[in-house]
Design a protein around this ligand. Sequence first.
Ligand code: HEC
Length: 217
Amino acid sequence: MKNSLTYILFAGLTTLMLSCNEYNRRPGRVYAPDMFYSRAVDYYNGTQKIEKEKGFYNKMPVPGTVAQNQFLPDNMTEEDTTYAKAYKNPFVFTEADVDNGKRLYNIQCGICHGTNLDGNGPLYASGKFAAMPANLKGEKYLAMTEGTIYHAIKFGKNAMGSYASQLDTKERWQVIAYIKQIQSENGGSPFTMISKPETTETAAIQVANDSTKSEPK
Ligand code: HEC
């Protein structure tokens, strides 16, 4: 009696196991599918499926969308150097922007190009960096357009890496404004990157400085 009970139990269990197996081998069937296949919808992950389901999910922004408080894209590509050469500063700047440009230049560029912009920064001067940085006071670079400098910051140039991730578009232009201001004091073309009232003020200071200089001792 005991033996036959064990037998029945064993046979029953085997059938159950086999049938479970059989069930699992059937294609297209999954136990608790919602646990196998997550129905979670990722944010900003395409719109086609969402539109079909008429759900209320966050959609991708329309191509070309610019976020609030962000700047318009410059549309500059690495290959198109002609575009870069003619590219101009889209911001209206004041003295404060140039001051910030100086601060950023000393943080990001001075290590190689030198705080005097002469290409002899401590990294190069100490022999730790083999490639000679551009002497931004040199004739070739005095004539370089602001757009080409922007191109160098955005994409880098040979041994110089890109500074696009360290400086946003406005900061890049602030750095360029500082470079152009120093260049204008060292034989470059007149500095025109700040707005009129500030320029007049600068001119007034310049006149005051000049008159101090010309006073007899
Ligand atoms: C790690 C060193 C290093 C740093 C930092 C650096 N540069 Fe340079 N830069 C170079 C070198 C080297 C060259 C020369 C590349 C060449 O002509 O082969 C160069 C070239 C340039 C040129 C000339 C580009 C051209 O088209 O000839 C400009 C403009 C310039 N750098 C601006 C900057 C500015 C602005 C910064 C800061 C945002 C900066 N660099 C940071 C190393 C550096």
